[in-house]
Write a new protein. Structure first.
Length: 373
């Protein structure tokens, strides 16, 4: 079976674990226990199966990392002795007790944000009177800064999504007369055909549904003269894509034209603002200010963007209140939207990387107002 998380490029791993140890030192965390979620594949290239058998990488700040993995899963691990030791556990063994033995007397512990509560509760029982936190405090800021290989992996995934967007904009994806669900499935099939290992989502919101940002594509049949928001993405070689284009099935009304032009301008202004050193919240403010100036401030009902990498949503968040300055290697979406409840909406989304040479959009499919059949 294909495991999307297993193909992480190994080049950066040793550097990553060194940075993790330094950050653990700084925050006083003595051991991390990494299970489900992206921290584990980011460090080891191995993605734990989301199953009842525990897989956990124990990373003591002051000793070698050990990957406890069910014996039957062990063949899927690509060993990297410079980074971690593999210790398979057999049916009948107690992996929680084994993890507790590796943790030993260390007191300040951090676990994967997405570790199942069944595992965490068992670990807490086996390791009484410890301090527990989430690993993202350590790994979030580190994972947010992509190395060169990661940027190229994101660029490849974005290019695949771009080719699907180009087909949509070029009228190759039939809309009128098909249900949202049929179009969603079509977009998903095209993502796979363009090299994705997995489709993570393919939102298709038509007519009044285009005003619902995370609309679940349903049986509604797309008609002529409607706005259709298509927001789709997946995973390619462990890294995510995420793109939104809004198309119109027939000549849009003057109001739609004006609204779309405003959105296009706000999105471009926010991308241009995403320079190294600019606070994340400033990028959000730029988009919001433009949309408010056009009279649609109350209709922009979500943050401007989110970080992206091995997870579809991760640090840094492009949102009011996040004063963190952008650094070279931050990868994130810029996706303002305008939604008129019960009527229609529009969104434009690109993935952008902050670089010393300026913002680098990874999605290049056209933003122009596009009328398709
Ligand atoms: Zn979204
Ligand atoms: Zn999206
Ligand atoms: Zn997004």
């Amino acid at each position: 079976m294909s495991q999307p998380g297993t193909s992480v490029l190994p080049a950066g791993r040793q550097g990553r674990i060194a940075r993790v140890r330094a950050a653990m030192e700084e925050s006083g965390i003595e051991a991390m226990l990494l299970s489900l979620g992206a921290d584990l594949p980011w460090l080891t290239g191995y993605q734990a199966m989301p199953l009842e058998r525990l897989t956990v990488l124990v990373v003591p700040a002051d000793a070698d990392a050990v990957l406890l993995v069910p014996e039957l899963e062990a063949p899927r691990v690509d060993p990297d002795p410079a980074v971690f030791e593999v210790r398979p556990w057999a049916e009948g063994e107690d992996p929680v007790a084994a993890a507790a033995r590796i943790v030993g007397s260390r007191r300040r512990l951090a676990v994967s944000d997405r570790m199942w509560s069944t595992f965490l509760l068992a670990l807490q029982e086996a390791l009484p009177s410890r301090e527990w936190g989430t690993s993202s405090r350590v790994t979030g800021p580190l994972r947010a800064v992509k190395d060169r290989e990661e940027v190229e992996a994101l660029a490849a995934a974005s290019a695949g999504a771009d080719r699907v967007a180009a087909a949509l904009l070029g009228g190759e994806v039939a809309l009128v007369g098909r249900s949202e669900r049929q179009v969603s499935e079509d977009l998903g099939r095209r993502l796979i055909a363009e090299g994705h290992d997995r489709v993570d989502f393919a939102i298709v919101g038509s007519g009044p549904n285009s005003a619902s940002p995370h609309h679940e594509p349903g049986t509604r049949v797309i008609g002529p003269g409607e706005a259709v928001v298509c927001d789709f993405g997946g995973t390619m070689a462990g890294y995510c894509s995420d793109i939104t284009r809004t198309v119109f099935t027939g000549e849009p009304s003057p109001e739609m034209v004006e609204l779309y032009a405003l959105l296009q301008e706000a999105q471009a202004a926010a991308v241009a603002a995403a320079t190294v050193g600019t606070p994340c919240e400033e990028v959000d403010r730029v988009a919001r200010e433009r949309i408010a100036a056009g009279g649609y401030g109350a209709a922009f009902i979500h943050r401007t963007g989110h970080g992206i990498g091995m997870e579809g949503h991760e640090d840094p968040y492009i949102v009011a209140g996040n004063a963190q300055p952008l650094v070279a290697g931050h990868a994130f979406s810029v996706e303002p939207g305008i939604y008129l409840a019960g009527r229609y909406g529009a969104r434009i989304e690109d993935i952008v990387v902050a670089t010393d040479a300026g913002p680098r959009p990874l999605n290049l499919a056209s933003h122009d107002l596009t009328v398709v059949g």
